[in-house]
Design a protein around this ligand. Structure first.
Ligand code: SAM
Length: 247
């Protein structure tokens, strides 16, 4: 079965965009997933096909009309798929959301422009509000592409090795360990000795310590959650690298 995507947008030409390239593009051509767009402009009102209006209560910008958005949604058969509205007002998208979306039949994504969509239609149509981070994009299309990219790479048959999907950052609650490849010496910088030792146990221990150190230093939020889960003390020294405060 094909993982189905419908994007409602004022800029259908932005899809599949970058997802037409590389592994996602091949998977699209192979039918592992499919992509259709609905041009919101087709549901605009009057001779000018207006889709937005000025905000009640005043203020800058324009707001996308609930009647227009609802008419566009009526033209889409969700077929069991969640309807997602990317917005900085949503809860932050995480890898566990991505896994949930990827394991379902697909998604419908409503892409906002201007100041966004009238709140009533979001509530009345049970639309999930999801943010891709604490910054403001000019529209929902790029946020939709981010969300779709993260989902598509998890679909069966898209990535070469299935272990690369489970071993990377966030699956264990830690950032990933750092990577090195040839040459073993580059501009006077050596690859850490342990990686050349052939001792798989030592490599695994070193990688785990490096993952812990990076998480503790860079992402105190993830570190606190990891430590709470492990039932450990947050001040516990981290492996042999305790005391090193820079990577
Ligand atoms: N006035 C809105 C606010 O401050 O929350 C921002 C509107 S933004 C200029 C236009 C559209 O871009 C939003 O409706 C949303 O669809 C999308 N967008 C912007 N930043 C986003 C983010 N961090 N995550 C997800 N979608 C975003």
């Amino acid at each position: 079965t094909t993982w189905q995507v419908t994007a409602l947008t004022l800029f259908p030409e932005m899809f599949p965009g970058s997802l037409g390239c590389s592994l996602a593009g091949r998977a699209l051509r192979e039918g592992i997933w499919s992509m259709e767009t609905q041009d919101l402009r087709n549901h605009g009102l009057g001779r000018h096909r207006n889709i937005d209006d000025t905000p009640f209560g005043g203020g800058a910008g324009m707001v996308m009309r609930p009647d227009v958005v609802s008419a566009a949604l009526k033209d889409v058969d969700p077929a069991g798929r969640p309807v997602i509205y990317p917005t900085p007002r949503g809860r932050t998208l995480t890898q566990s959301d991505v896994r949930r979306y990827a394991s379902g039949p697909g998604v419908v994504v409503l892409c906002g422009r201007y100041e966004g969509v009238d709140e009533r239609v979001l509530e009345a149509r049970d639309i999930e509000q999801v943010s891709i981070g604490d910054y403001i994009l000019s529209g929902g299309e790029v946020a939709a592409l981010v969300l779709l990219d993260a989902c598509v790479r998890l679909l069966p048959g898209v990535m070469g090795s299935d272990s690369s999907a489970t071993e990377e950052s966030f699956s264990g609650g830690l950032l990933e360990y750092p990577h090195y490849t040839r040459p073993a010496r580059w501009e006077g910088h050596d690859v850490p000795d342990v990686l050349l030792s052939g001792d798989h146990g030592a490599v695994a221990r070193w990688r785990h310590e490096m993952a812990e150190m990076a998480t503790r230093q860079r992402r105190p939020d993830l570190w606190a959650a990891y430590v709470a889960r492990a039932g450990e003390d947050i001040s516990r020294p981290v492996g042999v690298h305790a005391g090193v405060d820079r990577l």
